[in-house]
Design a protein around this ligand. Structure first.
Ligand code: SF4
Length: 99
């Protein structure tokens, strides 16, 4: 019974994320249609804009550790990081990108 409830909550969370993602994509398309140039910030810039955020600091550190975007697959490289004794390893970003 609890497992069934957990599955239902997980499906709701996934649907909620998809809805948020679709909403963000729609908003970006709308902005592009209005001629607004959308600048994508890298994890360094995101962390610099919010220096008290530990999540953003970890993201920036792992981004830096894996080449700072020199490789187009930096996020995947972080997700696949094999340095398990690194203190950031359990909380590194983009783990879901590995699959
Ligand atoms: S978890 Fe991996 S990518 Fe992140 S800082 Fe540690 S060694 Fe680098």
């Amino acid at each position: 019974m609890f497992r069934h409830d957990d599955d239902a909550m997980s499906e709701q969370a996934t649907e909620s994320r998809m809805t948020a993602l679709e909403a963000a994509r729609n908003k970006m398309a709308e902005m592009r249609d209005q001629g607004i140039v959308i600048k994508k910030r890298d994890p360094y810039q995101i962390a610099a804009a919010d220096p008290k955020s530990l999540r953003k600091a970890v993201n920036a550190k792992c981004w830096d550790c894996q080449g700072g975007g020199a490789d187009p697959n930096t996020r995947q490289a972080v997700g696949q990081c094999g340095i398990t004794d690194c203190s950031l390893w359990p909380v590194r970003p983009w783990q879901e990108a590995v699959g």
